[in-house]
Design a protein around this ligand. Structure first.
Ligand code: NAD
Length: 428
């Protein structure tokens, strides 16, 4: 979203085309997987606090549901585009297949800036989104979740609207809800922890101890904060994080060579993951231009903000010391950057594997909602670890066997599973 000329859906299709060639997929299967099965574009009229009505553009894309109900977050962002939503929906299909959960891929979005909305306006927007989509989502049809700038509270308003419209109790319609209102323990941590489960496994393969490593993050929201927490518990040191500054409309990187303290940073961060640069300076944290996160002399890079951040232009700036890149964000690395990273022999843990912890835990949340019985947090997190680790091992085994890049190995496994489901159903 940072670059208006960048089309994430073209990038997702380019990735798919190359895997389709390797798998030698027939033309019908290519066509059905290359595009979304269904998409919805709609206006959401919202009565603002000052009495005026503002219409917001909303989207939902159901890319593929051959393996189960569509699944994917709803993003609130001022630069949201249908092509971003299409790409994210396609990546969700591959992600659910990578971790082998019985779900398809979907994604939603609204063009809006929650920084400029009151809580009541956000509530009306969430309810308006659901009024437009209630006929076409549902526990066995399409199950939304939070994403960038959407929260458990947003999910609860949407669930409430859905239940009001359908006259049912249907907590399985949406995931990422607050704990106690159908949410799962561990969901808040799940994506960030999942990223670190895969980093832990990659380091094990490389024969490196986490406590001997340091890392740099892009982004300091839900994913980055919990990844940083677990990485810290394993003994790793985070020396740099970057975040978006709403006031200046640019990003900054925050650096401390002897390690940034998570709780200190959380104390000076707003609910959107924006770090207060004046307070950071007072605390002796260096404030650098936003792109400094990628040039740090670290062992691990974790892009956890947005797509199109590691590109052909800046991949060459990655330090020679970097051994692992774990994609917390969706689509942060372009195919041009992939070539450079592959040639450099950096261990890439691709988004559809690395950040699959969120959707895996969302799946657990749905299972718990359907049973109306909730597991304790250790139970959730140990099941999550098991799922992430076994998906990681399957990808790693294939990458080794065929001598291929980890992103290609991941996509080969995922696309093959979805293509088989389409064939087995008789769609193609
Ligand atoms: P979030 O809204 O909680 O946080 C986003 C963070 O990125 C904030 O700290 C923001 O300041 C920062 N940011 C935005 N633009 C930036 C820029 N140009 N440079 C530096 N920092 C910038 O979002 P999140 O839930 O943490 O999601 C982050 C990424 O992870 C997204 O790509 C999202 O799709 C992906 N993801 C999220 C989940 C989840 O469960 N939350 C699951 C899978 C993937």
């Amino acid at each position: 979203m940072a670059d208006s000329a960048f089309n994430p859906f073209e990038m997702a299709q380019t990735q798919f085309d190359s895997i389709a060639d390797t798998l030698d997929l027939d033309e019908g299967t290519r066509q059905i997987l290359r595009n979304p099965l269904r998409e919805y574009h709609f206006q959401i009229p919202v009565r603002m606090d000052d009495g005026t009505v503002q219409c917001f553009q909303g989207f939902r894309v159901q890319h593929n549901d051959a393996r189960g109900p569509a699944k994917g977050g709803i993003r609130f962002h001022p630069q949201e585009t249908i092509n971003t939503v299409r790409a994210l929906a396609m990546w969700m299909t591959w992600k659910c297949a990578t971790v082998d959960i019985p779900l398809g891929g979907g994604k939603g979005g609204v063009i809006c800036d929650p920084h400029n909305l009151s809580a009541r306006e956000e509530e009306r927007l969430c309810r308006g989104w659901m009024r437009q989509m209630a006929r076409d989502v549902g526990p066995v049809r399409d199950v939304p979740a939070p994403d960038v700038m959407t929260s458990p509270q947003h999910m609860l308003w949407m669930m409430d609207e859905y239940e009001t419209i359908t006259g049912t109790k249907a907590p399985g319609v949406i995931t990422g809800k607050p704990v106690g209102m159908g949410g799962s323990l561990g969901r808040t941590e799940a994506t960030g922890y999942g990223v670190i489960f895969t980093v832990r496994e990659a380091l094990k393969e490389l024969g490196i101890r986490p406590q001997d490593t340091c890392a740099s993050f892009q982004g300091f929201g839900n994913v980055a904060q919990y990844a940083m927490q677990l990485y810290g518990q394993l003994g790793g040191k985070v020396v740099c994080v970057s975040s978006w500054d709403q006031g200046d409309q640019t990003s900054y990187a925050f650096k401390k060579d002897d390690g940034l303290d998570l709780d200190t940073l959380l104390g000076i961060t707003d609910r959107f993951g924006g770090i207060d640069k004046a307070k950071a300076k007072e605390m002796g944290i260096e404030v650098l231009p936003g792109d400094a996160w990628i040039t740090q002399d670290v062992d691990i890079l974790i892009p956890a903000a947005l797509e199109n951040q590691v590109t052909g232009k800046n991949a060459g700036d990655i330090s020679q010391r970097v051994k692992v890149i774990a994609e917390g964000a969706n689509g942060p690395t372009t195919p041009e950057a992939d070539k450079i990273i592959h040639e450099r022999g950096i261990y890439m843990i691709p988004d559809v594997l690395s950040n699959a912890g969120g959707v895996t835990c969302s799946y657990f949340e749905q299972v718990q909602c359907n049973m109306n019985y909730f597991w304790d947090k250790d139970d959730v997190l140990s099941r999550l670890d098991l799922k992430m680790t076994s998906a990681f091992q399957a990808v790693s085994a294939l990458a080794k066997k065929r001598g291929i890049y980890h992103r290609d190995a991941t996509f080969l496994i995922a696309v093959d599973r979805v293509a088989r489901a389409c064939r087995d159903r008789g769609w193609v």
